[in-house]
Design a protein. Sequence first.
Length: 365
Amino acid sequence: MIYIGYILLIMLMLRFMVVLTNMLSKPFLPKTNSGDYLPKVSVLIPARNEEANLPNLLSDLSVSVYPNLEVIVCNDHSTDGTSKILSDFQEANSNFNWFLGEKLPEGWGGKNYACHQLAQRATGDYLLYLDADVRVSALLINYLVSFAYRRKLALLSVFPQQQIISNGEWCTVPIMNWILLSFLPLPLVRMRWFPSLSAANGQVMFFETKSYQEHLWHQMVKGANVEDITIARMVKKKKLRLAVLLGNRDVSCRMYTEYNEAVNGFARNIHQYFGGSRCWMFFFVLISWIRVPALFFLLSPWFALLAFVIELIMRGQFSYLSRQPIGKNYRFYFRQLLALTIIAYRNIKNNRKGFIEWKGREYQI
């Protein structure tokens, strides 16, 4: 039994090394201007019932300092006031267009089909996909162009800085970066020969148009419920260049506004953070609960204390990388762990049902 204790400790140390690697690599989007290189950028926004979010994003884009820009929105059969917002904005902005999406074909996911239609209408040298709940600075597009061009990337994805307000959000939203930053060394994502070491965030996806049109990434993953990570793996399998960075204040997002919404949202796809394996997901949740008491009984109280201290250090590290208050994540630690357990349970429950519901549509899983 003592060997089990050592295995638990080694696994924790490996996660600590991953977080430390991410800390030392400083994986933030550099504030580097694109200079005289100003290719046309098509900002593409799939929108379904986004009347609460679209005005903020469109307002942000209207004051962008990037001079060579077009903005296109696909209204994916919204039933709220999205259409009026888009029509009013189009009247005041000459570089803005929107259209009503076509009827969803069999086998397609709603967002994937909207993104596919947007790419067909875009005329830019780069395609910037943004979710409607994202906020961007006036200089963001300059930074994206500069980084992607200098490194000849087929895809650059950025994890926005999360805006967290309510206690329900603090219980749930930090979980995403907690898992990502302790399992995936972001510098290795750029290495083309490891497709399994891939990540992306569908909230901000910046594609080189030429490679996108050659592969039609959203068509290739048309039925996928988690299109971003799947596309990232495909990009690396094609030996194309990929990078994943963390956002500063130049790109932010309030993903969810309350606890149940966040739990249901993360339950759709949290297993993808574990390579698509629900077994690994269950194992991670279990170990997160039992590690310290197991080390106490299997090895000694000192090893249990060591594990607890390492966990606290990791909390501080991922809070720094996520630009979140360290004290908040300490305070909500056990509530986040409980929320993770509930999210994992609902994910397994959804899998047994064989489908999920999202934005008024059912998707087979």
